[in-house]
Design a protein around this ligand. Structure first.
Ligand code: FES
Length: 338
């Protein structure tokens, strides 16, 4: 008779050939979740196969259909559909109410995430000194509001999807979902933002504020993406998490130390090297369990035609202030009625 080594219980459970993994667990008093009663509908019986995937039966048609919706990797199986011919080790994946919350959300919204080829652009903005020490809080809010409006308007036509903002910093993802050449689009977006910032700085100068400066890093590779959103009904954006994010932050930080506005990792640079001007390169240490040194490349210009994938928003300055004020008053009236 085969055995299932089961985590988190750290127990060996016997399983007969005609039993499913779910039946074996329940017969041995392991309270494994099975909300739909073993009908391959709820996915609460999911387990991760840690060892012995070759001893597991092939997924049934109903399991394959659920897998397609949730995009499980091959080593995540439904215990209610899996039989074994040999010993296996598993980790039960729904063991408390929070695990169930995750399953419920995935069932409502689809795939849990996966891996994706992406270019990540990290944009940091700084003042001459420290932005909040040099400005009153209202000035700081005004300056950053103008900057973020500009950044979003410039990055969008290149297919940049905002992943997160950490304080003054923005993390933006470019992937094949929006169009070809994500690394090249990230470079164009970064240099275009740099160029457009000059206009904003001229405006800030008129108001007696000091100019803003950018430091940007671009990295390219296979990232782990997962759906994130605040509410069950909110559309979930696919966010990159993990090593790639950590490394692009380090590249951006290296730009601050070397005085470079835009640095590319070697993997990103290899994809665009024929199209960019790259006067300098440096070594950067990527942290982790084993520190490793990587080459980064400064990029100051890009040649060729801009790879725009989405229509640009009409710049607000191209509409007259009078027509904008009329629209503003109309919306204000609607808000007050509500
Ligand atoms: S018990 Fe519902 S899918 Fe297995």
């Amino acid at each position: 008779m085969s055995q299932i080594y089961c985590l988190p219980e750290r127990r060996n459970v016997p399983i007969q050939e005609n039993q499913t993994v779910l039946e074996a667990l329940l017969a041995n008093d392991i309270p494994h979740a099975h909300a739909c009663g073993g009908n391959a509908y709820c996915s609460t019986c999911r387990v991760m196969i840690l060892e012995g995937i070759e001893s597991c039966s092939a997924p049934t048609a109903v399991e394959r259909s659920l897998n397609k919706k949730l995009e499980f990797p091959v080593h995540v199986r439904l215990a209610c559909q899996t039989r074994v011919q040999g010993d296996i080790a598993i980790r039960r994946m729904v063991t408390d109410a929070q695990d169930l919350d995750i399953v419920e959300r995935q069932s409502a919204e689809g795939a849990v995430g996966g891996k994706q080829q992406v270019a990540l652009l990290m944009v940091g903005v700084r003042g001459d000194g420290t932005l909040d020490e040099d400005n009153f809080y209202y000035d700081l809010i005004y300056i950053l509001s103008r900057y973020f409006l500009l950044a979003r308007r410039v990055l969008r036509p290149f297919g940049g999807k905002e992943q997160a903002s950490f304080g003054n910093d923005l993390l933006v993802k470019f992937s094949l979902d929006e169009g070809p050449e994500p690394a090249l689009r990230a470079v164009w977006a970064a240099l275009e933002l740099q160029r457009e910032l000059e206009g904003l700085n001229a405006h800030l100068h008129q108001l007696s504020y000091s100019p803003l400066r950018l430091t940007m890093g671009i990295h390219y590779g296979i990232g782990v993406v997962m759906g994130m959103g605040l509410g069950r009904t909110q559309e979930r954006a696919q966010h990159v998490v993990g090593r790639l994010v950590d490394e692009v932050q380090r590249i951006e930080l290296a730009g601050r130390k070397t005085g470079s506005s835009l640095l590319l990792s070697e993997s990103a640079w290899e994809l665009v090297r024929d199209r960019v001007v790259s006067p300098r390169n440096f070594n950067v240490v990527f942290g982790g369990d084993r520190d490793r040194e990587c080459r980064v490349f400064e990029v100051t210009a890009v040649q060729g035609e801009a790879p725009v994938v989405l229509a640009a928003e009409e710049p607000t300055e191209s509409r007259s202030l009078t027509s904008r004020l009329a629209g503003f008053m109309k919306r204000l009236g609607e808000i007050r009625v509500l």
